[in-house]
Ligand binder design. Structure first.
Ligand SMILES: *Cc1c(COP(=O)(O)O)cnc(C)c1O
Length: 428
């Protein structure tokens, strides 16, 4: 029976040994996968309800050009997002280039000169350092007179409430929280933990606004940061909520007051969110959002499977296969450059696009160490599609994420292990 099944996998280069090892690991994950499927089902219902309530119809899929006035598809999509995230308003636009852009719009629209931005999870994601001006950049918030400070996490990687209380001042206007760990080894935050922090800062300073960087977190839990008091919940459409179909874009869901300002910042004062053509790609934003709960679930299953495969081989995995997840990122400490390159080569070999290229370390702008990246995606740079990357430095951790289908994520992880074996980095 297995002969025929293995034949195709063997043709991909996966040996019977790796297949058997994978099946044994998988047999222990039934319960975890069932939990993931249940979350996906509830989130699917949430999206479905938002679509039917807002009477999504074929007329919503029409393209628009020029100013994009009265774009029914765009305006309805924003209602679908705001109903899914349970917010007063949403800005969902292909003109928002990426997650960094969405975050930069949210921050610069809602901070004025002399006010202070406070990050309560230590340093924010790499690309935000220039946005804020921690690393000097033209047009940074610092250049516009916005001050910045940050509170480090405690030793367990959790919010340090005493330090937060000490840091909030009369100037603090906006508190930023990053849900996913990004490229660090701290745990990601659950929405409940984020809710606790939001309640804490709002009790200390009622008028303060809170923005949550929700990148990679969407649909991994039953609730979103917007359900626990965030004034703005922000992310990228080439991650979870784009479902792999959105060719570009970002979203900001939040209060009417905050989101309106974001519209003015994104286009121009006076114009706001009334303008912005959809260039004929709006149907993909709808369909991608519709698929997002199950695509996210596929990616999570891949992450859990990867941890279940690599943990018993002695590699430190964050989070562990058995731990609750709050995003789709899986980090695996591989211990050497050779092992990282082999892992990434395996992921690349499993890509539907550019499978023939070999990922090599390169000097990426903005990073001190060389970075290796494996990605063969339909949408360039999309990390809801199967991908892996990491800086070449101790502890030689790869950050693995994505997979539009569970079957593809599984094959990719098996191929990574096969490459590790071929290079002598593991023994089964
Ligand atoms: C991906 C990501 C961003 C934004 O990155 P872009 O590449 O600009 O989309 C911001 N914060 C976190 C935590 C992320 O994972």
């Amino acid at each position: 029976m297995t002969d025929n099944k293995n034949k195709l996998l063997n043709e991909l280069g996966i040996s019977d040994r790796v297949i058997a090892y994978g099946e044994a690991a998988l047999s222990k994950l039934e319960k975890r996968f069932k939990e993931i499927d249940e979350i996906a089902e509830r989130n699917q219902a949430k999206v479905l309800l938002a679509m039917s309530k807002n009477r999504v119809s074929a007329a919503c899929f029409a393209g628009s050009t020029g100013y994009g006035y009265d774009d029914l598809g765009r305006d309805t999509l924003e209602k679908v997002y705001s109903d899914t995230f349970h917010t007063e308003a949403a800005l969902v636009r292909p003109q928002i280039t990426c997650g960094t852009h969405a975050l930069a719009v949210a921050l610069s629209a809602n901070l004025r000169p002399g006010e202070e931005l406070l990050s309560i999870n230590g340093a924010p994601y790499d690309t935000l350092q220039e946005v804020i001006g921690i690393r000097p950049s033209p047009c940074s918030l610092a250049e516009m007179g916005v001050n910045y400070s940050q509170v480090e996490l405690n030793r367990e990687g959790r919010f340090d409430f005493d330090a937060i209380a000490g840091a909030i001042s009369s100037d603090t206007a906006l508190v930023a929280i990053q849900r996913s760990k990004g490229y660090s080894m701290r745990p990601s935050f659950s929405v409940d933990e984020i809710g606790e922090a939001i309640a804490f800062v709002k009790k200390l300073k009622p008028g303060v606004k809170v923005m949550v960087d929700n990148c990679y977190g969407e649909f991994t839990e039953l609730i979103e940061p917007s359900d626990v008091g965030a004034d703005m919940t922000v992310g990228s459409l080439i991650k979870n909520p784009g479902g792999g179909l959105a060719p570009s874009g970002g979203y900001i869901c939040g209060t009417k007051e905050c989101v309106e300002r974001c519209g003015y910042r994104l286009s121009a004062p006076g114009l706001g969110s009334e303008v912005g053509a959809n260039f004929g790609i709006i149907d993909r934003l709808y369909q991608g959002f519709f698929l997002a709960p199950t695509v996210t679930a596929a990616a999570e299953k891949g992450a859990i499977f990867a941890a279940a495969l690599y943990e018993p081989l002695g590699f430190n995995c964050v989070p562990k296969a058995s731990e609750k997840r709050h995003d789709i990122i899986q980090s695996i400490e591989l211990g050497s450059e050779e092992a990282m390159l082999a892992f990434c080569k395996g992921i690349q070999l499993a890509a539907p696009v550019d499978a023939y290229v070999t990922p090599l370390p390169w000097d990426m702008p903005g990073y001190d160490d060389k970075v290796v990246m494996a990605a063969g995606a339909f949408i360039q740079g999309s990390s809801i599609e199967l991908s892996a990357d990491g800086p070449i430095r101790e502890p030689y951790a790869v950050y693995f994420q994505g997979g539009l289908t569970w079957a593809h994520a599984k094959l990719g992880i098996l191929m990574s292990l096969q490459e590790m074996m071929n290079k002598g980095a593991v023994n089964l």
